[in-house]
Design a protein around this ligand. Structure first.
Ligand code: MG
Ligand code: MG
Length: 250
């Protein structure tokens, strides 16, 4: 069942989302060679909890042990933060964070460079960010879920990269994962119609190589099957009469 949000609920989500946006910014500023993904988890957890009433939504969600998902290089999503996983110059790291605040959830992710990265890695980050922007741009009243995926896919495939299909975006708000699913591929005018009050996590996951994935033996980390680099950008967005409202910016 799709749960539409009132203007008041969207404003509450924007309050939590502002904390989340600031958390991503703090992580981006903290990332450097020699730091572990466990260190970043600690930065995020302390930052989120320093805001009265805000909690890291991932901690314990479906049993996940971390406050963030930290996925390095060919890891797509759901990497478990660890003090043993030390970042090195040239890595890329996807930081996926959820915040719970006043009864509502928001979800955002960004892939950031660790020191100096190579030109292909940089192009992957740029294209994935642009594909998210295109998906958000298509999140207009009267469009459909398929228009979002179509817009994302067009940017990604024009660049010669591939869209992950095994994982999709989602409705969000009262629950962390709500209906509808928001695939990063599709056709215009297909799937659910976009109406005011719909709140969606739009989150392209883009691989340099093929779209296929596999899950590591830790049963969480999802990686590219071909070992190619992967990036992930995400915002929580409200559909409004005035256009898409991004809720997860500082
Ligand atoms: Mg996320
Ligand atoms: Mg999400």
């Amino acid at each position: 069942m799709i749960q539409l949000k009132s203007a008041r609920e969207i404003d509450l989500m924007a309050q939590g989302g502002k904390i989340l946006g600031a958390t991503i910014d703090a992580l981006r500023a903290a990332v450097r060679p020699g730091m572990s993904t466990g260190d970043l988890d600690q930065v995020a957890e302390e930052f989120i909890r320093s805001h009265e009433g805000a909690v890291p939504a991932f901690k314990g969600l479906y049993g996940f042990p971390g406050s963030i998902c930290s996925s390095v290089n060919h890891e797509i999503v759901h990497g478990i933060p660890s003090k043993k996983r030390v970042l090195k110059e040239g890595d890329i790291i996807s930081l996926d964070v959820g915040v719970g605040y006043k009864g509502y959830f928001t979800d955002s992710a960004a892939t950031v460079p660790v020191g100096q990265i190579g030109p292909e890695a940089q192009r992957l980050l740029d294209v994935t960010q642009r594909s998210l922007d295109a998906g958000i741009g298509a999140a207009q009243v009267g469009n459909h879920i398929g228009d979002i995926g179509f817009a994302v896919q067009a940017v990604v495939e024009a660049a010669g990269f591939s869209v992950v299909r095994d994982l999709v975006g989602h409705g969000i708000g009262v629950e962390f994962h709500e209906e509808p699913q928001v695939p990063n591929y599709g056709k215009p005018k297909r799937r659910e119609k976009l109406v005011p009050g719909l709140t969606l996590a739009i989150e392209p996951m883009v691989n340099v190589g093929g779209p296929a994935t596999k899950t590591l033996p830790d049963r969480w980390t999802i990686v590219t099957l071909d070992g190619s680099l992967s990036a992930h950008f995400e915002h929580t967005v409200a559909i409004t009469e005035n256009g898409p409202r991004v809720l997860t910016r500082a």
